[in-house]
Design a binder for this molecule. Structure first.
Ligand SMILES: [Zn+2]
Length: 250
């Protein structure tokens, strides 16, 4: 690893949000440098608030660049090279990205896993999709099925189907399916469509998984609350409601 110090780099600090001078330490990834591209890590220390943060740059030979306008932290970068991608990796700014905050009906341990999924969303949307699937699994196992036995996610969703609104079922199946396909692409695809498994994951699609699980928690939470509230209505009122409904059945 090579470290270099730069005296001055003007960047917007993610802590104090000031555009200010930073001192920089560069870490070159490299044991065996690649010929056409490399990833370089930088630690920046904000001169205004003194906090440090980390970012990386994918550096490529100029003729391979997609975006030619990103200035490198390294002001003395060799003129044949340029920055293809630059990203802050620490601190992770979970809720400043598009990931929604967890539903208030989400149990605490489930919420913890949801946040883990949110944490990795920017660096690895694919892991994030897999973690949301696990989050759903935990929700079902501990709170919705909760019979002390072992079931697959697929089975647990099926077990809920008699008493669960179809929209909730659809959301759960979408999370199951999408989370799975991000981790275990089908074998045929592995063999015949390399393009498909090495494709960039669709971040917008994965963001929907966060929305779906929030919605599942919201609907289930609201349903439980409504059931409880309904139970506490005076008996006569409940009878009247049942009577009214019977009138419209058949
Ligand atoms: Zn700062």
């Amino acid at each position: 690893m090579i470290t270099r110090n730069y005296p001055d780099a003007i960047y917007c600090c993610p802590y104090c949000k000031t555009k200010t001078s930073n001192s920089v330490i560069e870490f070159d990834e490299i044991n065996k440098p690649k010929k056409f591209s490399k990833r370089v890590f930088y630690k920046l220390i904000c001169m205004t608030c003194n906090n440090s943060y980390f970012l990386y740059e994918d550096i490529k030979q100029k003729h391979l660049l997609k975006d030619k306008d990103i200035p490198s932290v390294n002001k003395v970068l060799n003129s044949q090279w340029g920055v293809d991608n630059q990203r802050i990796i620490y601190p992770q700014q979970i809720y400043t990205t598009q990931v929604p905050a967890p539903s208030k009906y989400m149990p605490e341990d489930v919420k913890k896993m949801y946040k883990e999924a949110a944490n990795v969303f920017e660096i690895s949307p694919r892991s994030s999709a897999a973690l949301i699937r696990l989050t759903l699994e935990l929700l079902l196992k501990r709170y919705l099925v909760n019979d002390g036995r072992k079931h697959t996610l697929n089975e647990m969703i099926g077990m809920l189907s008699p008493n669960t609104p179809s929209l909730v079922m659809e959301f759960m199946d979408l999370i199951r399916d999408k989370g799975n396909s991000e981790v275990h692409p089908e074998l045929e695809k592995l063999e015949h469509e390399w393009g498909d498994i090495t494709r960039e994951p669709d971040k917008d699609e994965i963001l929907y998984l966060f929305k779906y699980i929030n919605f599942v928690c919201g609907l289930v939470g609201l349903r439980n609350k409504a059931n409880k509230d309904f139970e506490s209505l005076p008996e006569q009122k409940r009878k009247d409601i049942t009577k009214r409904n019977q009138k419209y059945q058949d």
